[in-house]
Ligand binder design. Structure first.
Ligand code: CP
Length: 325
């Protein structure tokens, strides 16, 4: 069964990149290859013995410089389910705290013959810099406000799973667009696969000239809800804002919080998504987060399959860097 599944993946997946750094640089075909591979791996987690030998003998390092629950744990579980060895490094407990540079740290990891580095960092571009300096594959687990490719892939996967397609769907992304790597990766992924995207939030949290990226912009929540197939909600990221760009979380909830009353005008088969962590009572009420439209925990489940696919495809690909692809 496992052998048949892996044969199927290797025959159909079109992937030649050493790294997974963002969705901006990927073609629609490459994104589809990732989703197709994730579909094949989803079944592994439903088995009594949740393991396949696909990455036996490979070593994965989780190198996280920012807090994470979902991404770090699902990469760890994904590596284990593929039979890889996995090591978790928290920056605060490494020699980085003694003054070692990041590049020296990753060169030392490479000297230990690791195969895949999964990196989260507060600065945009760090995974790209490291990918250009090491032979190991690099997966971006979130770089500043830039990209979070595996989050967007699991979002695309979940929408496709629930709706059967992405093309022609109306997706509204609501909240702190300016500081969101999730929004940025989703914009690239959704538009490449033919969805129509609206961004909505306070004017201070929407970058200028967003409309030039092929998305509709509205500051009115009712317009974002009306006709939408999916509402993708984002957290207000005070930690990335130099100045407070909304007066208060209470004010934000009054203007942009999703409540059952506001969903009265929504489509009956609406999907409510959120990458987490959720601020209950701010971007959405608890009754919405736990309500019938919500697929928030399905996103988490699908994140495991998507991260198995990402580890599998970068590890098996010929070593072609981002610049060469
Ligand atoms: N969505 C997401 O990246 O969650 P974590 O910060 O918990 O990894």
């Amino acid at each position: 069964m496992a052998a048949t599944m892996l044969n199927d993946i290797t025959q159909t997946a079109q992937w030649t990149r050493k790294d997974l750094l963002g969705l901006r640089g990927l073609s629609a075909e490459e994104i589809r290859a990732m989703l197709h591979t994730a579909q094949s791996f989803r079944e592994v987690s439903l088995r009594p013995i949740k393991k396949v030998p696909a990455l036996r003998g490979k070593t994965v390092v989780n190198l996280f410089f920012e807090p994470s629950t979902r991404t770090r744990i699902s990469f760890e579980l994904a590596a284990k389910r593929l039979s890889a060895d996995i090591v978790n490094i928290a920056a605060s407990h490494s020699s980085l705290s003694k003054g070692e540079t990041l590049l020296d740290t990753v060169r030392n990891l490479e000297a230990l013959k690791v195969d895949i580095l999964v990196i989260r960092h507060a600065a945009a571009g760090v995974p790209h810099l490291i990918a250009s300096r090491v032979q190991a594959s690099v997966i971006n687990a979130g770089d500043g406000a830039h990209e979070h490719p595996t989050q967007a892939l699991l979002d695309l996967f979940t929408i496709q799973e629930k709706k059967g397609r992405l093309e022609g769907l109306e997706i509204s992304i609501i909240g702190d667009i300016a500081h969101s790597r999730v929004a940025r990766s989703n914009l690239w992924g959704l538009t490449k696969l033919g969805a129509r995207v609206t961004v909505c939030g306070p004017p201070t949290l929407i970058p200028p000239q967003m409309d030039q990226l092929g998305v509709r912009v509205t500051y009115r929540l009712e317009e974002a809800i009306r006709g939408a197939d999916v509402l993708m909600l984002l957290r207000v990221q005070h930690e990335r804002q130099e100045a407070r760009l909304v007066p208060s979380l209470r004010e934000y909830r009054l203007r942009y919080g999703i409540t059952p009353e506001r969903l009265a005008a929504a489509k009956p088969d609406l999907l409510i998504m959120h990458p987490g962590p959720v601020n209950r009572g701010v971007e959405l009420d608890s009754s919405v987060a736990d309500g019938p439209f919500s697929v928030i925990l399905d996103q988490v489940t699908n994140g495991l399959a998507v991260r198995m696919a990402a580890l599998y495809l970068v590890s098996g690909a010929p070593k072609v860097s981002e610049e060469e692809a």
